[in-house]
Design a protein around this ligand. Structure first.
Ligand SMILES: [Zn+2]
Length: 250
């Protein structure tokens, strides 16, 4: 009788996923692989969209980092900067890639920080005002910094969720760490908070300095305030007045 051929153990699901991802990436830039996944899923990938779930592993993250580094290096070369002899710029490409992917734009590449929500057991229905929260963002037109402050007003109802004070800052930081325009940033943050908190009313006010105006362009002092009001804040003048009186703005 013929002996059965020894069975080769079947690879685990994560291992299969990793090898499939490696095969996808062979000889192609990581950004192309990620873009294909986004297009296939019909997912928008504007500058202010989060694409974390389309990057499947730390290996892919690392490959994307290397790719961005080489593109920044090419940019420096096109700017005719002697990165071989100028010791100040030898590591610039690596630093800039790290800054974009892991720091100032990480709200695109990393999943939302974990936020534990609590039920509103005390049935709080009074206005909560959080702020000022210091935020950093960047304009998507020039990739220049936007530095500012945010205030959040929440009017909960009995079915709303509550989150810890520091969590407002973490969610705001995650939304702000993307290239975008201020009006969209405020809207994205309001959408995210509404989804988390299920409030009766929500207000987000942002006041920020735009460095594309300070550093280039008109070189003028230039700050911008934008606000979004949702639910009860839209309907009640008294509530809006109460919110504005509680904001600590100088
Ligand atoms: Zn700009």
């Amino acid at each position: 009788m013929k002996a059965a051929a020894p069975r080769t153990p079947r690879a685990s699901a994560p291992a299969r996923k990793a090898s499939r991802a490696a095969a996808e990436a062979v000889g192609r830039p990581m950004s192309v692989v990620i873009r294909e996944r986004l297009v296939k899923a019909g997912q928008r990938f504007h500058a202010n969209d989060n694409i974390a779930e389309f990057i499947h592993s730390d290996t892919e993250r690392e490959a994307l980092h290397k790719e961005v580094e080489s593109r920044v290096q090419a940019l420096l070369e096109s700017l005719v900067i002697d990165t071989v002899n100028d010791h100040n710029t030898q590591e610039t490409a690596r630093r800039v890639a790290k800054m974009y992917l892991r720091e100032v734009f990480r709200g695109r590449y990393e999943a939302m920080p974990k936020v534990t929500e609590f039920p509103n057991v005390e049935r709080l229905s009074e206005l909560i005002v959080v702020g000022p929260i210091t935020v950093r963002s960047a304009c998507s037109h020039h990739l220049c910094p936007i530095l500012g402050r945010i205030w959040i007003g929440v009017l909960p109802n009995a079915n709303s969720k509550l989150i810890g004070l520091s969590k407002y800052a973490r969610v705001a930081d995650w939304v702000m760490s993307r290239p975008q325009i201020q009006e969209e940033a405020v809207k994205t943050l309001a959408d995210q908070l509404e989804e988390l908190l299920l409030p009766d009313g929500l207000a987000v006010i942002m006041e920020a300095d735009h460095f594309c105006m300070h550093w280039r362009g008109v070189k003028d002092e230039s700050s911008m305030t934008s606000s979004i009001m949702r639910g009860r804040f839209l309907k009640s003048d008294a509530l809006r007045r109460e919110l504005l009186s509680l904001l600590k703005r100088d």
